[in-house]
Design a protein around this ligand. Structure first.
Ligand SMILES: [Zn+2]
Length: 118
């Protein structure tokens, strides 16, 4: 038996060429590869909609615009209310990025809208 630990087995389905290339790398290059892979992962992992609805609200339509997201939603006020749901209302949602990588959503109420039946 070798006193060296067994070489790790790459995940199933990983391209052979990539495995071969990674095996050539020294520790420093491997660390760089991990960092780059993480960046790529973040890049690909774009959430389809940054909008987080309030629980109970009914998002009817989300349209990505330049600099903001247009959201049409119905609002349930949650009380004993015969008129629920209210709306649909149009909001413009802007994302304000923070240095730590998180974002805050700003919901700007635009007004009541009529949705075309499609
Ligand atoms: Zn209501």
């Amino acid at each position: 038996m070798s006193r060296y630990p067994k070489k790790p087995t790459p995940p199933e389905g990983m391209p052979e060429q990539l495995v071969a290339d990674l095996n050539q790398l020294n520790a420093e290059d491997l660390r760089k590869t991990i960092i780059h892979a993480q960046e790529l992962l973040n890049f690909h992992d774009e959430t389809p909609s940054p909008v987080e609805p309030n629980s109970g609200d009914d998002i009817l339509k989300v349209t990505e615009r330049d600099g903001y997201t247009e959201v049409v939603k119905q609002v349930f006020c949650g009380e004993d209310c015969g008129d629920c749901p209210h709306g649909p209302y149009l909001y413009h949602v802007e994302q304000e990025p923070h240095p730590d990588g998180t974002e805050t959503s700003y919901w700007r109420f635009i007004g009541e809208v009529q949705l075309d039946d499609e």
